[in-house]
Ligand binder design. Structure first.
Ligand SMILES: [Zn+2]
Length: 334
């Protein structure tokens, strides 16, 4: 198997083009990134086994507009680029890096294009199986374990029973963290933690790493990084951000249609096709209220990551101008 060159495919860039590779290239790129992180040698994972596992992971994403294999790959690539370009790689053990990378690839497995609220409202089989808290995320995690436990798919086969249990717990933590309700719960704590970093970053790198990885901060950092990778489309070049935003909305409108026709409910604004003219305003608010605070905090971890916040701010300004041109801003927002 000939692996691609990391630089040639721009895999180490946080502003990687989400649409630059085809479905097969993304599998090869995932192997190359794993190898470059030193995970194959460290955990005695055969490239052929990793390759088989990746093909099965890819097959277990559905052909839906946004939550598909490409999204999973892009989230993993973003984690890789963030780790490679900052002090974050030094914050985590090899086991944690493997867990973060595997979690990114698996975090939306078997997504059906409908969110947790829809599972609850429709009383879906998934809500019945997993309850109404983190419904989809529990499903993605269980699906990941199902694949790992299939014959000739256990990339963690060399782990002792105890180490296996630990890494599976960590993968669960990371996948559940991609539920935005977890991000909102952690948000203030993360802001406080990064606010203190202004002085910490003046310190030698090893002391900054020590601060970030003290027990109570470690899990918080992992969780917020998962969200930062999951939402990273808003930190990309404008044409990529715009294209992804339309894909997300296509999927949202499909859910809104189901809510109207099957459940006789009024969909929320982002899912209501009849309100599609509000789209630039909703995107502007999404970046302003949800994404930008996250990337501003992430930028405080390491100056190499601050370009993510800069790009998010510039994309927000783009959406704002579009919204303004369509007279969608309230008077107090102009
Ligand atoms: Zn996702």
């Amino acid at each position: 198997m000939e692996l691609p060159n990391i630089e040639e495919w721009n895999l180490n860039a946080v502003d990687f083009d989400d649409f630059s590779l085809d479905a097969d290239q993304m599998v090869l790129a995932a192997v190359a990134m794993c190898q470059d992180l030193g995970l194959l040698r460290r955990f005695l994972i055969q490239p052929s086994l990793l390759f088989r596992w990746l093909l099965t992971v890819r097959r277990n994403y559905r052909d839906i507009p946004y939550h598909n294999w490409r999204h999973a790959f892009n989230v993993a690539q973003n984690m890789y680029a963030m780790l490679k370009n900052s002090l974050l790689r030094e914050c985590f053990s090899d086991e944690e890096v493997l867990a973060l990378f595997v979690s990114c690839l698996c975090h939306d497995l078997d997504h059906r294009g409908t969110n947790n609220a829809y599972q609850a409202k429709s009383g879906s089989a998934l809500a019945a199986s997993y309850g109404t808290e983190h419904t989809m995320e529990h499903h993605h995690f269980n699906h990941a374990i199902l694949i790992l436990s299939s014959e000739d798919h256990n990339i963690l086969a060399e782990f002792s029973a105890e180490a296996y249990a630990q890494i599976v717990t960590l993968i669960k933590h990371c996948i559940l963290a991609t539920d935005l309700t977890v991000y909102f719960k952690n948000r203030n704590e993360f802001q406080e933690m990064t606010a203190e970093l202004r002085d910490i970053l003046q310190l030698p790198k090893d002391e900054a790493v020590k601060y970030l990885t003290e027990d109570e901060r470690r899990e918080l950092l992992q969780a917020q990084l998962m969200t930062a990778c999951d939402l990273a489309a808003c930190t990309k070049q404008w044409d990529i951000q715009r294209r992804v935003a339309y894909l997300v909305t296509t999927e949202f409108f499909d859910q809104g249609d189901k809510e109207m026709t099957e459940l006789n409910l009024e969909p929320a604004a982002p899912m209501d096709r009849r309100r599609k003219h509000e789209f630039p305003f909703l995107q502007y608010k999404w970046i302003r209220d949800v994404c930008l605070p996250l990337y501003t905090a992430v930028g405080k971890l390491d100056s190499n990551l601050s370009q993510m916040a800069e790009r998010a701010a510039s994309n927000m300004a783009h959406w704002r101008r579009e919204a303004e041109a369509l007279h969608l801003l309230n008077e107090d927002e102009i």
